[in-house]
Design a protein around this ligand. Sequence first.
Ligand SMILES: CC(C)(COP(=O)(O)OP(=O)(O)OC[C@H]1O[C@@H](n2cnc3c(N)ncnc32)[C@H](O)[C@@H]1O)[C@@H](O)C(=O)NCCC(=O)NCCS
Ligand SMILES: Nc1ncnc2c1ncn2[C@@H]1O[C@H](COP(=O)(O)OP(=O)(O)OP(=O)(O)O)[C@@H](O)[C@H]1O
Length: 262
Amino acid sequence: MLLIGLTGSIATGKSTVSSILSSPPHSLPIVDADVLAREVVEPGTKGYAAIVKHFGPTTPDLLVEPSGSMPENGPTGKGRPLNRPALGRRVFGDSDERRKDRAVLNGIVHPAVRWAMARKVLWCYLTGCWAVVLDVPLLFESKLDRFCGTTLVVGVRDPEIQMRRLRERDAHLTSEDAENRVRSQTDVRTKAKWSEARGGHVVWNDGTKEELTVQLDEVMRGLKAQSNGLWSWVLLACPPLAVTLAAWHFWRNQRSQADRSS
Ligand SMILES: CC(C)(COP(=O)(O)OP(=O)(O)OC[C@H]1O[C@@H](n2cnc3c(N)ncnc32)[C@H](O)[C@@H]1O)[C@@H](O)C(=O)NCCC(=O)NCCS
Ligand SMILES: Nc1ncnc2c1ncn2[C@@H]1O[C@H](COP(=O)(O)OP(=O)(O)OP(=O)(O)O)[C@@H](O)[C@H]1O
C-alpha cells in the first residue's frame, strides 16, 4: 500500500486536494491530521486535560464561554470545549514565547495524533486499499515523511493569494492572527523543494480548482501506473523483499531529512 504524504502551508489547498482525491475517479481514503488533532483534545480526553492544566492558568478565555446553549460543564458534562481561536493566539507567531507555547501544544497533541493515524492506516491496509493519503500540515516538520512512499506538496507561488484565501475562509481571524499563522510554518515554496528533492510531487494552486484537478490527475496517473506494474506483484509474492525495500525507502527518506536539516 502506498502512503501519500500530502502537505502544504496554511490555506494553500490541502483540504481541497483531499476532497478531490477522495472523490471519483480516485476515491482514495484520507487520514486528516487536522481532524484527528481536534478529536484528541475533546473534553474528557488526556489531551484536553493536559492543555487545560498547562494553558488554563494564563489564558482566561481558553474555554468556550458558558451561555444559554453552553452549560458550565460543557454539553457532555466533561468540560467546555477549547476556544480554538484563543489557543491559536497563544501559540501562533514567531516570538520566542509563542514558539515555546507551540512546542508545548505540539508535544501534547502530536503523539496522540500519530497513534490515531497509525490505527487508521492499519485499517486501510487490512481493507486492501492500494494507497492512502495522509493529509498532514506539518508532515516534514514532524518527520512523518519518513514513512511515506511519496510526498505531494500543494503550494501557491503568490503569498497574497494564500493570505486572501485564508482571510476569506477564516473571516474571524484578524490580519495579525492570519500573519502569525502563516509565519508559524515553513514557507510552502521551501516545502515544495523538499518534496522534489526526495522524488516527491508538487502541484501549484494559484489558479482555478479545475487547473488543480488536471495536475492532480496527472500525478495520480503516474503513481497508479507504478503501483500496477509487475514489480508490485513481485513484492506482494515475496514479503521479505517488500520489507527490505520498505527499509531502504525509510533509510533514503531519513537521509533526505538529514540533508534538509544540514
Ligand atoms: C492552535 C489550534 C487549537 C488552533 O485551532 P484552529 O481550529 O483555529 O485551527 P486548525 O486546527 O483548523 O488549524 C488550521 C491550520 O493551522 C496550521 N497549524 C495548526 N497547528 C499548527 C502548529 N502547531 N504549527 C504550525 N501550524 C499549525 C495548519 O496549517 C492547520 O491546517 C490548533 O491548530 C492546534 O491544536 N494545533 C496544534 C496541533 C497541530 O499541530 N495540528 C496540525 C496537525 S497535527
Ligand atoms: N484553486 C482555488 N481557487 C479558489 N479558492 C480555492 C482554491 N483552492 C482552495 N481554495 C479555497 O481556499 C481556502 C483554503 O483552502 P483549503 O482549506 O483547501 O486549504 P488548507 O491547506 O487545507 O488549509 P489549512 O492549512 O488551514 O487546513 C478554502 O476556502 C478553499 O475553498
